[in-house]
Write a protein that binds this ligand. Structure first.
Ligand code: BDR
Ligand code: CA
Length: 311
């Protein structure tokens, strides 16, 4: 089993990722740290707790992390996720408590306590908490098993600007710190996640489970897909963040290549771009990330449906 910390800004697709993790016996979720991103922190930490309760796992530890990016003002995405960040289902206010410890301290303490190389970080939002943890205690870097994150793009460069993906764009300075840390990174870019599309029949499969989780998932995804269907003209919406969790359970669903990834932090025009040396010949910068490019999307949805059916 993998011990993981999920760092997240729920977000409908974050919510599905959390459900997938909580449903999977291969993964032990040590804690969930919330970050400001899709919506402000007060909402993301509450949404994380709502999802743990929906999953029937109120004992999961949820921590609040950073309220804003390191340098830049917070940019949110209510136009995609709705006012609450989790529009769609009508989930009850959570009764489980937020942990009193700061999310960044939880990340540091956990990595320093657990045996070296046993804890995987799963960032599903801006990388603020992860960067802050690395600054707070640089000794964590060599103790991280790996960082599997959703962010960036190669051919599909951007969804918030022409050249940047939301998670990297919101906190490019944090992304720069993480990508240049030396910790092993697996990156799920838009190139992969835009192939993991909810279609009506895939959403119906969740709905027809006839469970609370199945119904809520269908409602989350019905709401979520309308943005992409309208803007991109795709059949369905991209399940970005669940790709991170699926990779830990079934890495064979994905394929990619070890590359150097650098982050643009200066130009306003291309702020947050992931500059990828795909061929490995145009720079001598070190290969710091396994950049995924492809996904077996039928296999991915089969896994997701089977696992959510367990909750
Ligand atoms: C990423 O941005 C957020 O809106 C999603 O939750 C995902 O993590 C996709 O660009
Ligand atoms: Ca997210």
């Amino acid at each position: 089993t993998h011990k993981i910390i999920i760092d997240t800004d729920p977000g409908q697709d974050d919510a599905v990722a959390i459900l997938l993790a909580l449903a999977s016996p291969e993964l032990e979720v040590l804690g969930i740290t919330a970050v400001a991103g899709n919506v402000p922190l007060a909402l993301t930490e509450k949404n994380a707790r709502k999802i743990c309760e929906l999953a029937g796992k109120p004992q999961t530890r949820v921590f609040a992390g950073a309220v804003r990016p390191l340098m830049r003002p917070l940019v949110t995405a209510e136009h995609v996720h709705g006012r609450t960040g989790l529009d769609g289902p009508d989930l009850p206010e959570p009764s489980m408590k937020l942990e009193p410890q700061h999310g960044v301290d939880f990340i540091v303490e956990t990595l320093m306590r657990e045996p070296e190389g046993t804890v995987t970080l799963c960032p599903l939002g801006p990388l603020t908490n992860i960067a802050l943890a690395m600054i707070r205690e640089p000794a964590i870097v060599s103790r991280i098993a790996k960082i599997v994150l959703m962010g960036g793009g190669y051919f599909e460069q951007g969804n918030v600007t022409p050249s940047a993906e939301f998670n990297i764009y919101v906190d490019p300075h944090a992304a720069d710190i993480v990508f240049s840390s030396g910790a092993p990174i697996v990156m799920m870019p838009l190139d992969v996640t835009h192939k993991a599309l909810t279609t009506q029949s895939r959403i119906d499969a969740f709905r027809s489970m006839g469970t609370k989780v199945g119904t809520a998932t269908a409602q989350l995804l019905d709401f979520f897909e309308r943005y992409d269907e309208e803007k991109y003209g795709t059949d369905g919406g991209p399940l970005h963040d669940p790709c991170v969790i699926a990779y830990l359970i079934k890495p064979e669903l994905f394929s990619g290549r070890q590359c150097n990834v650098a982050i643009e932090t200066i130009s306003e025009l291309t702020m947050g771009a992931t500059v990828i040396d795909w061929w490995g010949i145009v720079t001598d910068r070190p290969k710091n990330a396994l950049v995924m490019l492809d996904i077996d999307h039928d296999g991915f949805f089969a896994l997701l449906t089977e696992r959510l059916g367990r909750l």
